[in-house]
Design a protein around this ligand. Sequence first.
Ligand SMILES: Nc1ncnc2c1ncn2[C@@H]1O[C@H](COP(=O)(O)OP(=O)(O)OP(=O)(O)O)[C@@H](O)[C@H]1O
Length: 440
Amino acid sequence: MDDSRKKRLDPLSTLLTHWPAELAGQASIEVGLSGGLDSMVLLDLLWRCREQRHFHLSAVHVHHGLSQHADEWVEHCRQACLARGVPLRVERVDVRPAGGESLEAVARDARYRVYRQSSAAGLALAHHLDDQSETVLLQLLRGGGPHALAAMPELRRLDRLWLWRPLLAWSRRELEAYAATHALTWVTDESNADTRWRRNLLRHDILPLIESALPDYRQHLQRCAHMMGQAAQILDEVADQDLDACLQQGRLLLSRLRTLGMPRQRQLLARWLKRLEAGEAGPDALADFHGQLLTAGADRHPQLRVGALSLLRYRDQVWAVRLGGGPLPQRQSLTGLFEAGEQTCHGGLLQWVTHERGIARDLLREGVELRQRCGGERLRLEVGHKPVKTLLQEAGIPPALRQSWPLLFLADGRLAAVPSVAVATDCRAPDGVWPIWLPD
Ligand SMILES: Nc1ncnc2c1ncn2[C@@H]1O[C@H](COP(=O)(O)OP(=O)(O)OP(=O)(O)O)[C@@H](O)[C@H]1O
């Protein structure tokens, strides 16, 4: 909704009128209640809406244990909830940053872990217009792109929950006015005054100066966030289409990637990492890897590690693999699995497709086993027996994956297939099934 239109009404009427369709008819909403001004306003507003909107309201307070006043905040939240008959859960979290992590980030992660445990359909947070403008500026100062400058959306998915920020259209001053009208009380987090934090520095020293020259700067930054959100959405759509066109069996084909312009290639790689839920690679690492993909000689195997995931180039393909997971089973029985279509096994995904040179179904019904390679195995083909090692090389399987590539044995001990690569001639049938195994 256009925020300037939203603001002409008071917060309560606006909230009631513009209730998100995704939350309409939802049975329960939980408020993230810090005890500060913003979330006290949100609690009060939602409490006033609940009759007309028919939902169950509850609150959650995360006790970080960082302030000497932390217990007083809990007490304040308890009182406010008690006065309104709103159930409150208080969750203690352990906030101890490991090397290099900021206290703020660790506390935030801990809060989100608590939010994820909510049994409500929606979790409401009290970020407002000032928070949004600060976020846009901070992202700009960090060199963020469209996704970062889109800042905080009003509504987004957090696993099975809706994360909802209903107050983004109102400034802190407007929330203060609401609190005064309704005689609300709140606690003040003393760390909000500490200008060693970049956000506080911006809030206390820099933004007042900007406001003196540009009183509407908040709305302008919010508009910027809105437009960047739309731009980011378009970029994602294009990157998804490009990815679908460049991926084959989960691998990226460089010959297809090269047909795209450089920015689209970069965008595609970032989107692929996102799809794989690999985490952020960092713009420099991604740019380096992209360069190596295109220019490194055929004898080189550029690799990008992001968390547990590795993107690795071998010949004309980029593989996404999770190397160094736990030990793989030596043997795994697969009786009846090929009827099911696909199954996770041996650290990857095994799929079965009907194929004119696939394995005869009768043979599979007697039971099959996926086994770890021991070395020296050979598969029967038209030309005689061929070493599995040679088959894997010829199929373009990267050296790092060859040793752990599973082999498929029949109940009588015959090697029936190297999944995704070849099926033994003496096991084939015209309407057989071809095993495809993709590393996770
Ligand atoms: N201790 C807490 N317990 C529960 N909810 C909290 C707590 N602290 C903050 N919140 C919720 O998060 C909102 C934003 O708080 P704050 O600005 O401190 O967090 P942030 O770190 O900027 O937010 P984000 O989670 O988007 O990074 C609050 O208005 C409130 O709804």
